[in-house]
Ligand binder design. Structure first.
Ligand code: MG
Ligand code: ZN
Length: 444
């Protein structure tokens, strides 16, 4: 039998790890693009659709061919056999990155033991894939962190923030903070915020006395800090793009929801710092850099992070603007996937969030805080946030989130799935992890 026949049989039998002979570089490449909307629940999506296109409109996200619903629960730290019905972003990102449930505030570590859980990015990298992380938040924020770091407390961003996880600090012989670990894992593309953390000095170990940015340069990273530099940066060495000291400025702004409610409003474009690229230019740059070189393909996670952060602040306009940014990124990712047929594209939220679209006519006093937006079709949409007494402390919800996908293996994300299934589908596509140990990977 020829190599081709063996491969065809393996594919027919559903075996992941074997790859086709590389006769056509594009056709042979296997790519995974995971687009995460932090806090992208069905309500966040409906707010954006109603406001921007009207109730009968369809977003790019809505047009992806496979649609499912994704459960998002975490587990209890003290008894991981028990569910925690409302997840945070670190536990849900851990589920997607590793296929394993963990407790809230953990980043790809096991409840109770602190044992690291292998991530899809690490597994893909070991199998020769190129890898990338993109976020509109601080790069050490929970969602990107869970793909390239292991720590028991999500806020251990940088060497100055290690008081809450002392055993992980370099001073005590640990792997260091999230940004230190991220540089050690060395994804090919890292684009986002958090420059202030990368300016911190590393207190001990190989890079003692140097900043995290120095360590990145020593690891071969080319550092870019403006949208203009990002647009022209060339492949050949890993790229670290830091475009904000902390999180990005959200694209849209408006009045936060309040009690008593303010006047009905239209959202405004925010004043964006010139150096800050949008999610779309970051995604375009990441796809260009990751696809530039020969190899089996790439894994890329790109996150619209501010949907969540603006929902915590009861800021409907901030949420909607970031959701529209994500939708534009979906159009870019879809075009790439259609030109590169080995690409699996997944768009998913990491948890549902506080907002509800409410009918206020019959409530004498709507609970919590509300804001009314005038939509594109000239109608009123009232958004209520009532998961906290404090406007700026709105909370996540435990409802499932929608999941949309396109490309090979996408149909596995039809119906009701869980975040851990997203890991399994991505791992199967790349032939890594427990399903792909023949590809040279270690234990799960
Ligand atoms: Mg996030
Ligand atoms: Zn949140």
């Amino acid at each position: 039998v020829t190599v081709l026949a063996v491969w065809a049989l393996a594919v027919a039998a559903g075996c992941g790890p074997l790859r086709p002979p590389a006769t056509d570089a594009t056709a042979a490449k296997r790519n995974v693009i995971l687009l995460v909307g932090d806090g992208l629940g069905a309500t966040a999506l409906t707010m954006a659709r109603n406001y921007h296109l009207g109730a009968a409109g369809r977003l790019e996200i809505d047009r992806l061919p496979v649609t499912g619903s994704c459960t998002t629960w975490a587990v209890e730290e003290d008894d991981p056999t028990r569910p925690d019905y409302v997840t945070d972003s670190s536990s849900s990102a851990t589920a997607m990155a590793t296929g394993r449930k963990t407790s809230n505030r953990r980043v790809s570590t096991e409840p109770g033991t602190d044992a690291p859980l292998a991530t899809i990015l690490e597994q893909a990298r070991r199998a020769g894939y190129r890898t990338g992380l993109v976020s509109t938040a601080h790069l050490a924020d929970a969602t990107p962190a869970a793909f390239a770091a292991h720590v028991n407390y999500r806020w251990c961003f940088d060497p100055a923030m290690m008081a809450a996880c002392p055993t992980f600090a370099k001073m005590s012989g640990g792997p260091g903070s999230i940004v230190e670990q991220m540089i050690d894992v060395r994804p090919d593309v890292l684009l986002g915020g958090g420059a202030a953390s990368f300016a911190q000095r590393i207190p001990a170990g190989t890079h003692a006395g140097h900043t995290v940015l120095d360590a990145a340069a020593e690891a071969g990273y080319r550092v870019v800090t403006t949208a203009a530099e990002l647009a022209v940066v060339e492949a050949g060495s890993p790229v670290l793009g830091l475009f904000a000291a902390d999180n990005f400025t959200p694209a849209w702004e408006g009045e936060a929801a309040s009690f008593p409610p303010g006047r009905p409003q239209r959202c405004r474009a925010a004043q964006i710092p010139e150096a800050q690229p949008g999610l779309v230019p970051m995604l375009e740059a990441a796809l260009r850099l990751l696809d530039a070189e020969a190899g089996p393909g790439f894994f890329l996670m790109a996150e619209a992070a501010m949907i969540d952060k603006q929902a915590h602040a009861a800021d409907a306009c901030g949420q909607i603007g970031e959701t529209i940014e994500l939708d534009r990124a979906v159009a870019v990712a879809r075009r790439f996937a259609e030109l590169h047929p080995g690409t699996l594209l997944i768009v998913v939220g990491d948890h549902d969030h506080a907002p509800v679209i409410v009918d206020t006519r019959y409530a004498v006093v709507a609970p919590g805080v509300t804001t009314t937006l005038e939509t594109v079709e000239g109608a009123s949409m009232t958004i209520g946030y009532a998961t906290s007494t404090f406007t700026y402390k709105q909370q996540h919800s435990g409802a499932p989130v929608p999941v949309f996908s396109l490309g090979p293996d996408a149909e596995a994300l039809d119906g009701l799935v869980d975040h851990t299934d997203i890991y399994r589908v991505m791992a199967r596509r790349l032939g890594v992890g427990p399903a792909g140990r023949a590809a040279g990977d270690g234990p799960p």
